[in-house]
Design a protein around this ligand. Sequence first.
Ligand code: BTN
Length: 253
Amino acid sequence: RSRLEVDAIFQNIIYEDTVTSTQQVAYKLLGEGAPHGTLIVANEQTSGRGRLGREWYSPANTGIWMSLIMRPNIEMQQTPQLTLVAAVALARAIKEATNYDVQIKWPNDLIFNGKKIAGILTEMQSDPDRVKSVIIGIGINVNQQTFPESIANIASSLSLETRETFHRVAIIEHFLREFQWLYHTYLEKGFSFIKPLWEARAISIGEEILAKTANGELKGVAEGISDEGVLLLKDSEGNSHRIYSADIHLLEK
Ligand code: BTN
């Protein structure tokens, strides 16, 4: 099964000029039976979506907006690991294509000079206990020269930070190669192989953070991720917490 999955990945790449959201296109294709590994890439999104219902600024000609349809043979609680695999692949791809190092902020923001330059939105469709499909949406700010005022202090692009321009297709190519390899390795060897690669690029590990979860806020030191990909946080009383979903803020020292 894993052999076939890997062989089938990225056989089907669809390019669109303008879409509402590549996630939306992916849902439609999923309903039409699109195979595992189908990738949708768009030049522009008119209503790009971020995590937690936010908008994702996706202007034409400058960024990479893409969604990957997967039909993985994994358990439901493994889905966060898939996102972490994608984050590692993306960080490595950016390094290979641009020679710049980016960092990962749990769960899946890519950070450059303290600003967010890429994000991952993973959406899962499942039966009660089985993953049916996963859509991994990836947005990379590559060549934008400006950002809306509302996000200008937290978001940036590779180009703004380096004063260079980059070839978007080259970044995509590197990502596909890295993701294919890492996903294959993940299926064969497990998440324990991915975890150190993720932790090596992680920005918030060992730091004091504020985690804003649906159930409230938690302050403490981020200790690392568990073997499942869950964030481990230790509060000032020494209690350990497992964070499944949150917005993470680094606290100033
Ligand atoms: C985040 O909030 O950090 C996740 C951002 C994900 C953006 C990408 S762009 C391609 C895909 N289509 C969307 O509408 N969103 C994702």
